[in-house]
Design a binder for this molecule. Sequence first.
Ligand code: PRX
Length: 657
Amino acid sequence: MEQLLQENRVFHPPADFIKGAAISGMDAYHQLCAEAETDYDGFWARLANEHIFWKKPFTTVLDESTAPFYKWFEDGLTNASYNCLDLNVEKGLGDKKAIIFEADDGTVSNVTYQDLLDRVSKMANALRKMGIQSGDRVIIYMSMSIEGVVAMQACARIGAIHSVVFGGFSAKSLQERIVDVGAVAVITADEQLRGGKALPLKVIVDEAIALGDCEKVKNVIVYQRTGGNIPMTAGRDSWMHEVVANESAVCEPEWVSAEHPLFILYTSGSTGKPKGVQHSTGGYLLWAILTMKWTFDIKHDDVFWCTADIGWVTGHSYITYGPLAVGATEIVFEGVPTFPNAGRFWDMIQKHKATIFYTAPTAIRSLIKASSNDVAVHPKSYDLSSLRLLGSVGEPINPEAWMWYYENVGGSRCPIADTFWQTETGGHMISPLPGATPMVPGSCTLPLPGIMAAIVDEVGHDVPNGHGGILVVKRPWPSMIRTIWNDPDRFVKSYFPEELGGTLYLAGDGAIRNKDNAYFTITGRIDDVLNVSGHRMGTMEIESCLVANPLVAEAAVVGRPDELTGEAICAFVVLKGGRPTGDEAKKLALDLRNWVGKEIGPIAKPKDIRFGDNLPKTRSGKIMRRLLRVIAKGEEVTQDTSTLENPAILDQLKQPL
Ligand code: PRX
């Protein structure tokens, strides 16, 4: 174990993998990096011309005149849906399977590229008929389904900007997003099926709209998934199968500027309010395509499986856009990894002969645990020989989990792409290239060609390798966030802070580069953002939610390391009615967890809740979170507490319920 933690093992890509890879060997990698260094605009222009269909070619590459609101390929006209669907049909891939869909109950259905083009075109025509136009915003609140992908692609086809809200978010979270984005329509499903259970979707949309300020929503389109009994509001609600029934399967795409927003996706930041990350069409699509080719080395015969949900950026780039834009066959999975048992992923890889498998460390860790005393659900009980490449995303992968994944899932023959990136970056930023980069467990290794990642100190100066610092990107890249919807000031302040000089993109993560090989290791967020099971959660968001409860006077939320979920949420709460103890405390903690679940969504429920008469504060009234972090970890407080107004409070907060 000790040995693994020291990271001294290096795993080289297999020789036959290198031979056939898109970026074959480190020389090829260095050549691409050098091309970008020498002629940055020329590098990106070449790639954009080679990999994207332009209805009207661009004449400008990078426009920095309104930095940091960078523009890429702005006068070029294109359409994301055309690139993903029509182009593949025109290339003769009409009969190729685009999506293999496996439902929660194991039912499998396939769609070809021609089918998908027809379905997207019909849906796009239906949206147009409802009066939805280019630039309008459409909220998509659906579970994993072919229809979810169709809805996103249909929006892209007509230039409408989609904003997908993860199906686990509450009515209130949904309403806030509907209002902030100014949505004119919501696309949803009657219910979703997960782990054998039907969970509501449409009813939550109704609740969200009833919360108010959603007058702009003129249409709610409902995909009938379960046939469950749900209310429909006349004049506003319609069934997806009915609105597409008489539509033509031909739909002229809306040709948009490369800078036209493709989507807005909300994510957590350091303040209470989630931010609507706005992405472009051309630059975003270019990077989705290039990373499919470079990081995933996608080939014609691959069966690609990304287990993310379309509610997260991973599902956007590596389910809805990337795989389709490169004409791949991909698996879309409705269910959960543990139903009907924890062998579900391995069973599906075996059944569909998946060749590339991309999942999150949390899933890997929970499957390690589940299979440790049940051989029936252990990967070795399945034939996983179809796999040739593995991927990891969303949080740091600990070396033990990396080794288990490598040996047991990848049979010690599949490279692992540990892909570091973010909602804001649109696609992979730092990752091993499977046919080039020697891998070190737990390190995301080196930036992709063209990505000028670096580590700096608090004033933006480079730090030498071997020293920890702040992860930044020094040059704009095509798939970067364009702005925060409705809040350009917050965009500038969050990502291009003055303290760092105003030109460096601040990722929000700490990192360190290895002295010998300059490999990057991500050391975790440096702001008030937690990463729980690969999901980003703002501590302030949870705090504001807790204090909105009538019983709560004050709350502070911190993270603590958790073996399974990476980080766990711990809330320290002061109640208006005084500090509860015993069974009353247990009951109130449960009520508060459910409150957070209802207000934000189950993923935000604190794992631990502790009650105190007060919170540890400095004499000026500032909550000392660093002490709370120590307590949350169950460690002794060794720091100086002399500036605390009420040191005795620490003993109280140490006590578990
Ligand atoms: O802290 C980093 C972590 O996840 C954050 C981004 O979260 P989100 O925008 O939700 O996107 C997740 C999917 C791309 C980052 O700031 N993170 C993501 N990938 C890795 C990672 N941390 C370490 N290693 C990774 N491979």
